[in-house]
Write a protein that binds this ligand. Structure first.
Ligand SMILES: [Zn+2]
Length: 113
């Protein structure tokens, strides 16, 4: 039920933003989700459609932008692309890779009325 709490969290952020920026209706929500964030897009859409009912986001369309995973090898210090937590460096074969992008989830933009 990870995606349900995410959907609730997104809605909470939207409501806070609405309060601060004084808008009353949201038309589109753009989310950035990292490849490594383990979020199932389909179930996030599903739960967002449920939690947005009777809120200022009830007409909002959810758009998900994917952020590629990126890491730096601790061994040879090259920057590499990472698509799972168990990724070997393609340059030296080391598994000591520090993740620098791809774990985030944030609201990138809101289209409001
Ligand atoms: Zn390396």
């Amino acid at each position: 039920m990870h995606e349900l709490s995410l959907a609730e969290h997104i809605l909470q952020l939207i409501e806070e933003a609405a309060h601060q920026q004084q808008f009353t209706q949201v038309e589109k929500v753009q989310l950035e989700i990292g490849q490594l964030a383990c979020v199932e897009r389909e179930s996030l859409h599903f739960f967002f459609d449920i939690v947005k009912k009777d809120t200022l986001a009830h007409e909002a369309k959810l758009e998900i932008l994917e952020i590629a995973g990126q890491g730096i090898c601790n061994q040879c210090h090259q920057s590499i692309s990472v698509n799972s937590y168990v990724t070997a460096c393609p340059h030296c074969g080391s598994y000591a890779v520090a993740i620098i992008a791809g774990e985030e989830m944030r609201i990138y933009a809101l289209e409001v009325k």
